[in-house]
Design a protein around this ligand. Structure first.
Ligand code: DGJ
Length: 727
């Protein structure tokens, strides 16, 4: 038997090729070219990918956009369509390419069309000065009837990877286990990182990865790709790895990322446009610090609302009271919050329901009038107490949801997202069908009415406490029910965008049973998110560490609570390294704890601009084994963590170091934390561990850079904070 003959290498005749499409993302990029048959090929990717030359026969280059039924039947495709005539093959050729905008703000579109079918595909790439690229795909057609999309990825690069290539993914066990850091090797086969549940998919798996194609990378060394799917629904990142025939040679990887199409095949009518989610990604050749800096810059510039505005110090009542409060109890909490120096008092779940008071989670969602027993003077009465105490008022809502026990459900049982079966309850509640324009107007009206009932409200927490089950909508005909998963995200974003536009000055927190909706797409309508309901500071150090690789600390709400029953100085120090807040029964904190909180608020006042807007530098990882003897693939993660935030001019910095509670790593030995980013002048250094010990020192910049700050961990669950100011 003879092997199929491979095309013989030859330098191609340039006249047969299309003009190369060069994407210069700033420090890295890629090149696409149409071969003699018009097939789009990827001829370069990586640090010099944008200047790659076509050196061999273009048929040796991988297809830039593999489709079902094209040249490679052995690999997954980025697009799989059943055409109007039932055909399942799609073969695309380059029609044209266009570019607009300046360097660092370019928009490149490559237009492909099917050889046979009236199907058009546009590959969109948008650059950003940070070095982050945005990519998505737009699909239209003029076939004689609807077509069905079975796979519709937004990103589909082809890479050569080392045998030691490493992947970091962030999938946990669900509620209260977000942002779990898992490092794994990429073996031959397909690794599929998919999320499900539609409404809070990121509770199980954050739609982001870090990939080190050449083997393990560090903060400052090695190739790293960071990627985020900006989609508020189910996502999928697929890594299809093939070994090389010669085991010594690099493996090949087809990476695909976008919305998760499982159960979500999409029926598209002629003339309609299907736009896939944006995937943002970047490639650094000098480690993770660069990918993080780029992601933070891009998030501030293209995603975040009011990035220049310092986020407030929020005091929430949820962990303090749950549903058990009245106006008097709230008055006590508000006075204590104001006394401590909070900016916003946030009244959480349980304030509403007249026919069915919301005393637990079994009733009342949908009935957004205040409970007259708990709040005889309404929300306005509570907001007035806040105003009297010179603290802003914030309120919790869950506008997309309904309890079967509610007046809303009695009036509008048809507003529920469901199919023919009795829908399943989760947390005793059902999801409203936001595909109905009436429901969207109702949900936006919930926010309008709530704010109108206490007009001084300036902060809203938007929650969503169940996934989608029984997926269908009365707005979708029988032949397109599976469009639900995509259309639901679009309808939800339309609703969120309406609310953001109607209330431009209200600060919005995004929450879905914790961090169930932490993606760069949904965040565009919000100012920050509730990172997780898990506020045990030991866990939070690791969660915030992971999340900080993609999101700036200004987005990560971090409140001091009693979770884990950790010492207050430690809990406060952990919350201070992200968007600081408090969620404690302030009436029952001891005098010592109050002193700790008071000092923490003072530190927040001095450092939150650095934390929220400065540059993050990670010094000691709590998710990987501590370096040194004993480090190896099976070693436990370090029980120490340290990170710094530097002002852009390097005049100021704040450094946090934590000793966690684990058995491995830093122990209580003295450590040095070199701080490379600071200047060479002397710095005033104020050091505190929030249990009453504060020292002052002057340390030269050179010494900070080489020897570093000296840290002797005081014991398990202890912390130290250094504030540096250039002299
Ligand atoms: C889930 C959120 O994550 C909590 O912070 C709290 O708001 C509850 N919902 C209220 O029901």
């Amino acid at each position: 038997m003879t092997e199929p003959s491979a095309p013989s290498p030859a330098v191609p005749d340039p006249s047969e090729l299309s003009e190369p499409v060069r994407i210069d993302a700033g420090g890295w990029g890629f090149t696409w070219v149409g071969d003699g048959q018009g097939v789009l090929r990827q001829v370069g990717l990586g640090p010099s990918g944008h200047s790659a030359t076509v050196d061999v026969d273009p048929r040796f280059y991988p297809s830039a956009f593999p489709t079902w039924g094209d040249e490679d039947p052995f690999r997954p495709s980025a697009l799989r369509v059943t055409h109007a005539d039932g055909a399942t093959t799609t073969r695309l050729v380059v029609a044209d390419a266009s570019r607009s905008g300046e360097t660092g703000e370019e928009h490149i579109v490559v237009h492909l069309s099917d050889e046979l079918q009236a199907l058009d595909v546009e590959l969109h790439v948008r650059t950003h000065s940070s070095g982050v690229l945005e990519q998505w795909v737009e699909i239209t057609h003029d076939e004689p009837g609807p077509i069905t999309l079975f796979d519709y990825d937004s990103l589909f690069p082809f890479l050569l990877i080392d045998q030691a290539a490493e992947l970091v993914q962030f999938g946990g066990a669900g509620w209260a286990d977000e942002w779990r850091w898992t490092t794994q090797q990429l073996h031959p086969g397909t690794t599929s990182l998919a999320s499900f549940g539609g409404l809070q998919p990121h509770l199980q798996r954050n739609p982001v990865i870090l990939l080190s194609p050449d083997g393990p990378s560090t903060e400052d060394d090695g190739a790293v790709i960071a990627m985020s799917v900006a989609w508020g629904g189910n996502t999928r990142i697929d890594l299809d790895v093939r070994p090389a025939p010669d085991a010594e040679q690099p493996r090949t990887l087809r990476l695909r990322a976008g919305a998760n199409p499982v159960g979500a095949e999409y029926t598209l009518d002629p003339g309609e446009r299907f736009v896939t989610p944006t995937v943002a990604w970047t490639w650094s050749d000098d480690g993770r610090r660069t990918t993080t800096r780029r992601f933070h810059e891009w998030t501030r510039s293209r995603v975040l609302r009011a990035p220049e505005r310092l986020r407030p110090l929020v005091v929430n009542n949820w962990e303090a009271t749950f549903f058990d409060f009245d106006e008097d109890r709230l008055r006590g909490l508000i006075e204590a919050a104001a006394d401590l120096g909070g900016d916003v008092f946030l009244l959480d779940d349980g304030w509403f329901g007249t026919a069915h008071p919301r005393d637990d989670d079994t009733t009342s969602l949908g009935d957004w009038d205040h409970d007259p027993t708990k709040l005889p003077h309404g929300l306005a009465g509570v907001a007035d107490i806040a105003a009297e105490n010179d603290i802003r008022f914030g309120i919790w809502v869950e506008p997309e949801m309904v309890n079967p026990v509610s007046e809303l459900h009695e009036r509008h049982p048809e507003w529920v997202l469901r199919d023919e079966r009795e829908p399943r309850l989760h947390r005793n509640q059902l999801a409203l069908d936001v595909l109905h324009s009436e429901v969207r107007e109702f949900a936006a009206g919930v926010v309008d009415r709530t704010i109108a009932s206490a007009p001084s409200t300036s902060y809203v927490k938007w929650d969503a406490n169940r996934p989608i089950t029984d997926p269908s909508s009365a707005t979708l005909s029988a032949d397109r029910r599976s469009n639900l998963w995509v259309d639901h995200v679009r309808a939800t974003w339309e609703l969120m965008s309406t609310v953001a536009e109607r209330h431009p000055d209200i600060e919005l927190m995004l929450c879905a049973s914790g961090g169930g909706r932490t993606d760069h797409g949904t965040l565009r309508y919000f100012h920050e998110f509730w990172t997780s309901d898990n506020t045990d500071p030991v866990t939070r150090v690791r969660m915030q560490w992971a999340c900080g690789h993609f999101f700036p600390a200004s987005t990560m709400a971090a409140h001091v609570t009693r979770w884990g029953e950790r010492p207050m100085p430690f809990a406060a120090a952990v919350a201070l390294s992200a968007r600081f807040g408090i969620d404690l029964d302030l009436a029952t904190v001891s005098g010592d704890e109050r002193d700790v909180l008071r000092e923490a608020v003072e530190i927040a006042r001095r450092t939150q601009d650095l934390v929220q807007q400065g540059e993050l530098v990670r010094l000691l990882s709590p998710v990987e084994p501590a370096p040194g003897p004993g480090a190896g693939p099976d070693a436990l993660p370090s029980d120490g963590a340290a990170l710094a935030y530097l002002s852009p001019d390097r005049h100021r910095a704040v450094v946090f170091a934590y000793r966690l509670d684990g058995p491995a790593g830093v122990g209580s030995s003295v450590r040095h934390l070199p701080l490379h980013g600071v200047g060479t002048d002397d710095y005033d250094v104020r050091s505190t561990d929030l249990d009453g010990t504060t020292t002052h020192d002057v340390i030269g910049g050179e010494s900070l850079r080489s020897t570093g700050l000296e840290w002797s961990p005081a014991g398990p669950c202890s912390a130290r904070i250094w504030e540096l100011t250039r002299r």
